[in-house]
Structure formats: C-alpha cells, structure tokens
Write a protein that binds this ligand. Structure first.
Ligand code: BGC
Length: 489
C-alpha cells in the first residue's frame, strides 16, 4: 500500500552510493554468513549415522527399525532437537545484551564481539567429545548470532543511502542463504568421508565465516547515526561526507542530530517502546519476525535432510536434495502456496499411518514443491523479515526494538526447531497445512497493515504511520518530543 505522493514529496538527501559504503556493507553482511552456516549445518550432521551413533544412539537405533514403522516419528527426539534449537535460545538472550552494547559502544563493537564468541563455539563443536560439549558450543554460536543479528541489519540500514537501503540490507539475507548453501554442500561432501568423522569438519568450518566477521569488523567504520548518538559529532559529519561521497550533507546530518537529541531525552528505550505512539513499531517488531518463522521455512532449512530421509530418500540423496533447496533459496523469486501442495503430496502417499514406499517421480514432485516454497520465502519474508524492522524504528528506540525483533525471531525459531519433529509425528501431513494457513494470515496482515517504506529516509520513517488508515490513530505528530528540524513536506 504505497503512498506515492508522500514518497515524491519526501526529501532527497544529496549523495551517491560510494565504493566505501559498498565495501563496508559487504564486510558487515558477512554476519549473515555465520547465521546461515548454522542454519544449514545442523540438519545435515543430524542426518549422518556416525554423528547419531556417537551422540544420539537412541535416535540411531530407532532409525534402523524403520521399514515398517511410522515414518513420521523416526527422528522424534527432544535431545536431538535441543542440539539444533539451543543455539536460538542463546541468541535470544544474547540479543538483549547486544541491544545495550550496540547503543552504548556502537554497531561495530557488537559485530566484532559476536564474531569472536562465534569462533569459540565453532572450535568447541568441531572438537566435541560428548553431547555437553556439543551443546555448549552451540550456545557460544548462538551468542555470536544474537550479537550479529542485532547489529548487522541496523548497521546496513544506517550506512546505506535511502534509495539503496533495501538493496544493501538484503545483502544480509543473501549472505544467510550463501551460508546455508555452503553448509549444505559441506554436509554433502563430508558425509562421504570414510571413518565417519566428516561432521567434525562441517561443524568446525563455522570458524571460517567467524574469522571473516572478526577480521572485517576490525576495519569497519561505525555508522554516522551511532557516532552522533555517542557524542562524536564531528567524526560523524566526516564519516557521513565520506560515505555519501559529497560535502553537501547538511540536510541529512541535521536530521541525524535531531534524531539523536530525541534519543537523549529517552531514559529507558524499552519503556519508551511500550508507549502508545510507538504501537505500530512494537506490533511490527513482534509480528514480522514471528510470522517470518511461521512460514515454516526452518522446517526445510534445519530438517531438509531429515525430512527427505523421513519420506524414504537414502542418506546421500537426502543431503543432495538439501543442496538443491539451498541453491533455490539463493537464486529464488516466487510467491507461495506450495506448502499446501506439499501437504497434499505427502498426505496422498503416507496418509495418517505414515507407512509407504515412494517412487522416483513422486520424490521429484516433493523436492520440486519444497523448492517453490523456498523460493517464495527467499523473495519475500526472508530478506524483508530483517530489512523492514531495521528501517522502521526511530533512533530513540532503534537498538532496543531491533533486540526485540531478534528475540521474537529466535523464540519462534527455537519453538519450531524444538517441536517440528514431534509435530510431524502427531499432525503428520497436516503440519504442512498448518504452515500454509499461516501464510494466508501473514499475506493479509502485510496487505492491510504494513505501509510502504521504499525511498523514505530512515530518520523520517516515523511519518508513514500518521498517514496509514489504521496506525494513524496511535500516532499524534504533535506528540513527538523533538520534531525533526527539517521534515516539513
Ligand atoms: C530467517 C531464517 C531462515 C533463513 C532462510 C532468514 O531470514 O531468519 O530463520 O532460515 O532466512 O534463508
């Protein structure tokens, strides 16, 4: 629901997309790599027999008896899902601390710290001797992800010139998908290593994106918005000139300073976020990440190899199919009702007993549907689930609200990671209809409640709510403590 008149009349800051910004954003978005790598690696290793035998022998024993048992339930183990989901629980808690650090010390410090803790997690996981070491490693990885997902989207949205913000921010999601695909490929090849220790390589290689992130963050500049907010006004002005490639930055700079003054008046950003006038932002901070997870995407991302094995693919075919979905995720572009088709395909074959053999064309049909579904996500809720929240919060609540986004995202990532295998066991093919129904709800929600943010400078974003048919009742323009100095239309 774009408001083009607003966009046209809205102010344009001079400046261009500079190589400097491009490189800074490229390095920062490597935070997406560490997140994506985690998402992709765990499902692969949990489908590898040597890994199961060493850490989850009871799951392995159950898997061996599969021929006439209920296929829906063969991987249903709380400990196994805890291996996947512990990371997201840790990320959730860490992002709350990250919110404070990102605000007080700058976006760069959070990225640097996050990369470092993640590196420790990768080392622990690669060397794991028992389940405890495995899960502690996952917790370290999670802390890294919490810091990085809290700070990187903000960093990207603040560095980017308004008209390029979407494109630059989406590089975060692109890096996530590259990380997932890299993990899928590594799983595929390491599973073939004789001796059955290939999973160590997979888990240990998480150190590579961590080193990129740590190394990169050492050289990254902080955003002008964050510099102003931390009182480094002249440094901020110089940085803004540098990243916009022009000396004519007065208009944008004045808005940054005004936004920062509004921030200083705020003692507790969390309590501020609860105020009525920030209701649209609060609702978005909750619903966008929550609905993103309710697409069911991580059922595919985490459990694709397990899911493929569930419906009867062999070990190598399962990992290869995960590579295919990883590829599609990276290149994708369509809108989705594929979860419904998928539910039907699985229902007609497995019914409710869960016992069946699948034919090759049928298997191809299932992989195809999952690919359509993944491409739909990659086109919509994947990137926009991180982009939209990072750009709609005014500076005074930005860091706290972005923490809330990560928290809700991780809560639902955790819940889905934790209960999916159990739900599959009980709801059977109906589980895919369950996610399909959420897809309808979220489409309606976006259509009616999310205003267009394209081309609107980030420090002017608060005005979109006052023009929206529903949100305007919450936003009283006169109510804003500090009006941005030059926002008159
Ligand atoms: C989501 C992840 C998901 C990934 C898939 C991200 O935007 O936050 O949960 O696994 O996209 O590409």
């Amino acid at each position: 629901m774009a408001d083009s008149s607003f966009t046209e009349k809205g102010k344009q800051y001079p400046g261009k997309m500079t190589v400097f910004v491009f490189l800074a954003c490229l390095v920062a978005s490597s935070g997406g790599l560490i997140f994506g790598y985690d998402i992709g690696i765990s499902g692969g290793v949990t489908s590898m027999d040597p890994f199961l035998i060493k850490f989850f022998p009871s799951v392995y024993a159950k898997e061996q008896k599969v021929v006439d048992t209920n296929q829906y339930c063969k991987f249903d183990s709380t400990l196994l899902t805890l291996f996947t989901s512990s990371l997201y629980l840790a990320a959730l808690v860490a992002s709350l601390f990250a919110g404070y650090i990102t605000k007080k010390c700058g976006r760069r410090v959070s990225m640097l710290g996050g990369g470092f803790v993640f590196l420790i997690g990768a080392i622990l996981n690669g060397l794991a001797k028992n389940v405890a070491m495995l899960i502690i490693g996952r917790i370290f990885l999670g802390i890294g992800v919490g810091f990085s997902n809290q700070s990187v989207p903000l960093y990207l949205s603040e560095m980017a010139p308004a008209k390029m913000r979407g494109m630059l921010n989406i590089s975060f999601q692109l890096m996530i998908t590259i990380g997932i695909l890299a993990a899928n490929l590594i799983n595929y090849f390491t599973a073939k290593i004789a001796g059955g220790w290939g999973w160590r390589i997979g888990l240990g290689l998480a150190a590579v994106p961590a080193v990129i992130m740590v190394g990169g963050s050492i050289f990254l500049p902080d955003t002008p918005n964050s510099l102003v907010a931390r009182g480094k006004v002249e440094k901020a002005r110089a940085m803004l000139r540098r990243i916009r490639g022009t000396d004519d930055v007065a208009l944008e700079f004045d808005d940054l300073v005004a936004a920062s003054e509004a921030t200083e008046a705020i003692e507790n950003p969390w309590r501020t976020l609860m105020q009525r006038r920030y209701r649209p932002q609060l609702v978005m901070a909750f619903l966008i990440p929550t609905l993103q997870q309710l697409t069911g995407i991580n059922v595919v991302m985490f459990y694709a190899p397990v899911l493929f094995k569930t419906i009867g693919f062999g070990g190598t075919a399962s990992l290869m199919s995960a590579v295919i979905t990883g590829l599609v995720n990276m290149f994708a572009t369509f809108v989705s009702i594929a979860t419904f088709v998928l539910g039907t395909l699985i229902a007609t074959k497995f019914g409710t007993t869960g016992v069946a053999e699948i034919s090759r064309p049928y298997a191809i049909g299932v992989v195809f549907c999952i690919c359509v579904f993944v491409s739909a996500f990659a086109w919509s809720w994947g990137p926009l689930g991180w982009l939209v929240p990072s750009e709609i919060f005014p500076l005074e609540i930005r860091s706290a609200a972005q923490s809330a986004v990560v928290v809700f995202n991780m809560i639902f990532t955790f819940i889905i990671a934790q209960i999916f295998l159990m739900l599959l066991c009980h709801l059977k093919f109906g589980l895919f209809y369950f996610f399909g129904a959420w897809e309808v709800v979220m489409t309606l929600f976006v259509y009616f409640f999310l205003p267009e943010t394209k081309r609107i400078p980030i420090e002017e974003m608060d005005r979109i709510w006052g023009k929206h048919w529903y949100w305007k009742r919450f936003v009283d323009d006169n109510n804003r403590k500090v009006q941005l100095t030059s926002t008159a239309v």
